[in-house]
Design a protein around this ligand. Structure first.
Ligand code: 0RA
Length: 639
């Protein structure tokens, strides 16, 4: 850009906007409900950055009746003065695509630069967006439509629309229905994001209000205890073995904060955050924590004589058996890698977390010997269990190798070219039968499963392994599994490129899908990280018009559309289950790669499935059914 004028700037602006509107997924992940909610998070993150910079302690998030969202903070207010580009700095923030593009929503701004990364992306994807800035005694306003400024500025400066003693930024925006499949924000996701945000920022209060229903819903999110409260909440239904351990420190210019607690369980739950971003794929901060932690526990176990000279060390999985932990770091220049760009890559983070953990835990354990002993006892228990299970596993898997082929459940495909092969996991024997007839036997394998598979979230590993269906799955996928025995999972051996869950579009079907996702998430997470798991989308209806072609419709919205766009009478056939379709229909609608619809399971889906499973375990049957049903209804087509 040669000239530093407003005109030159605005041309760049329009090009940037077009790029965002053309490929929204590049900037916000997707145009499904997840991408839609992401708009709120982008705007929220800027206010949270202002909190991190030390100038804001209250944020209001409102889901308005008209479908728009408002995020208001009491920070300094986005700068409104003249920018070098010859226009108010606010306009630059909302119309210039900031570097990075993909997904780098918020970062830790210790320098207090002109933040607002993501604002222009939200602006470009909004039908309309209004900014109000309160500062210097006035209220300033700016407006946009689909990212394009909607008011003309005088001398490049914003109009004053009132007076105020307050300071802060208020942004209201309506997502563009030309971009998004659905434009209704999903309140549950937004609420849990807000809750997560205040756990990580104990000085912050977020006032949430949903005005869309008949009765407005209001929640105040504030967590005085920060990540300690987060741990307490995650463990609230479990038997804690000691008070939450908390420490923080700074090393390598990285701020490290950790809270942890053991429960009477074998499950490990370690969450990582970098500058408030949930690092779902882990990374260096997590490995730094794990290696220091394993090291410390083993050192103490030897000092206390619990491990004898001849004994091998406890491995990491054993040491973390029963552990719930949150590792939250602040880094001035985080680099993310991985499938969803949520894996931290900075080596200094590993060093910093490891150093702070080593120093602080030593201080803590020297003063809290009883806690230390109960933690070592957990590792010991896990270690003994592993040895017993390893034996059981060898026995079972060798036996199983011979028996499962002969029990005839798996109808394997003929090709051995994994890249082309698919396996359908089909609920029910009758649907399994149709699927077997319908399939392309060259590339498609069918594994019918009966009823509800074992709930893997709470079952111990030997029970999981003893379950016939699960054994068959592990054997047929051919990669082993990855919990409790160190890391035995080898994705390169995967026998099928696609693992497709095919269940009825009803409550029980949703439950089966949830359980299967939980199984994969817990024991074979790479299947999901690498995008191998799918959910088949059978149609809900078939319409047979008096004149014209038959059509399959996949949801109620499609039916509504059909009714609007077709005249003349038609017969409507509702599929209740997969078993109702004959082989040919099943092939045509659900299995034929050329015509079917499928939803790829993302790590968020699987994580949520696992959380739901955990939640359901504690509930009685009636609320459980409504819960599943409500969630099943919200399953969306995502293709
Ligand atoms: C840069 C400088 C200053 C404030 C902000 C950014 C700011 C941005 C956003 C976005 C949402 N809420 C925000 N609050 C503040 C401060 C400039 C100054 O007063 O010196």
């Amino acid at each position: 850009m040669g000239k530093n004028t407003y005109d030159a700037g605005s041309i760049m602006v329009l090009e940037g906007l077009e790029a965002v509107r053309k490929r929204p997924g590049m900037y916000i992940g997707s145009v499904s409900t997840r991408g839609l909610n992401h708009l709120v998070y982008e705007i929220l993150d800027n206010s949270v950055d202002e909190h991190l910079a030390g100038f804001c302690n209250e944020i209001y998030v409102t889901l308005e009746k008209d479908g728009s969202a408002t995020v208001k903070d009491n920070g300094r207010g986005i700068p409104i003065g003249m920018h070098a580009k010859g226009v108010s700095a606010e306009r630059v923030v909302f119309t210039t695509l900031h570097a990075g593009g993909k997904f780098d929503s918020s970062s830790y701004k210790t320098s207090g630069g002109l933040h607002g990364v993501g604002s222009s992306v939200v602006n470009a994807l909004s039908r309309h967006l209004t900014v109000r800035v309160r500062r210097d005694g006035f209220i300033y306003e700016d407006k946009y439509e689909r990212g394009i400024p909607a008011i003309e500025l005088e001398k490049g400066l914003l109009p004053v629309i009132g007076k105020s003693k307050e300071t802060g930024t208020e942004i209201n925006f309506l997502p563009d229905d030309e971009i998004f499949d659905k434009t209704r924000f999903k309140e549950d996701d937004i609420k849990s994001r807000l809750h997560e945000t205040v756990y990580l920022n104990p000085g912050l209060t977020i006032y949430y209000e949903d005005k869309r229903g008949d009765e407005p819903e209001r929640i105040t999110f504030h967590e005085e205890e920060g990540i300690v409260g987060y741990i307490k909440d995650m463990n609230k239904t479990q038997e804690a073995l000691h008070d939450v351990i908390y420490y923080k420190g700074k090393s390598e210019n990285v701020e490290v904060e950790v809270a942890l607690q053991y429960v009477n369980e074998f499950h490990e739950n370690v969450l990582g955050f970098v500058n408030n971003i949930n690092t779902l794929e882990g990374g260096t901060h997590i490995t730094g924590f794990k290696s220091a932690f394993t090291n410390i526990i083993n050192t103490y176990a030897r000092e206390l004589g619990i491990l004898k000279e001849k004994d091998p060390n406890f491995n990491g999985t054993e040491v973390r058996s029963g552990l719930t932990a949150v590792i939250s770091i602040k880094h001035t220049d985080p680099r993310f890698e991985g499938q969803t760009k949520t894996k931290l890559d900075n080596q200094d983070a590993a060093k910093a977390v490891s150093k702070v953990t080593g120093d602080e835990l030593e201080l803590y354990f020297d003063r809290n010997l009883e806690t230390l002993k109960s933690i070592i006892a957990c590792a010991e228990k896990a270690s003994n269990l592993r040895k017993a299970e390893e034996k059981a596993k060898t026995n079972m898997l060798t036996k199983q190798k011979y028996s499962f082929d002969s029990n005839g459940k798996l109808s394997n495909c003929e090709s051995r070219d994994a890249k082309k092969c698919e396996i359908f996991i089909v609920e029910g024997d009758s649907a399994g039968g149709s699927a077997k007839m319908a399939r392309n036997r060259q590339y498609q394998a069918i594994l019918p499963i009966r009823g509800k598979i074992l709930n893997v979230e709470k079952a111990s590993i030997d029970k999981v392994l003893a379950n016939a269906e699960i054994k068959t799955m592990i054997n047929s996928f051919n990669c082993g599994f990855s919990e409790g025995y160190g890391n035995d999972f080898d994705i390169t051996k995967l026998r099928y490129d696609k693992i497709i869950i095919m269940a009825d579009a009803d409550v029980d079907g949703a439950h089966i899908s949830t359980l299967l996702m939980t199984l994969f998430f817990r024991f074979m997470p790479e299947l999901i990280y690498d995008g191998h798991v799918y959910i088949a989308m059978p149609p809900l209806y078939k319409v047979i018009p008096q004149k014209g072609e038959e059509e399959y419709l996949y949801d109620d919205k499609a039916l509504e559309k059909y009714r609007e766009t077709h005249t003349g009478s038609f017969k409507l056939q509702r599929y209740k289950g997969l078993g109702e379709m004959d082989a040919e229909q099943l092939w045509e609608t659900t299995m034929n790669p050329a015509t079917r619809l499928m939803k790829r399971v993302e790590i968020d889906d699987a994580k949520k499935a696992s959380e739901i499973t955990e939640l359901l375990m504690g509930l009685d049957v009636p609320p459980r059914r409504t819960f599943i049903y409500n969630n099943a209804k919200e399953a969306e087509l995502d293709i």
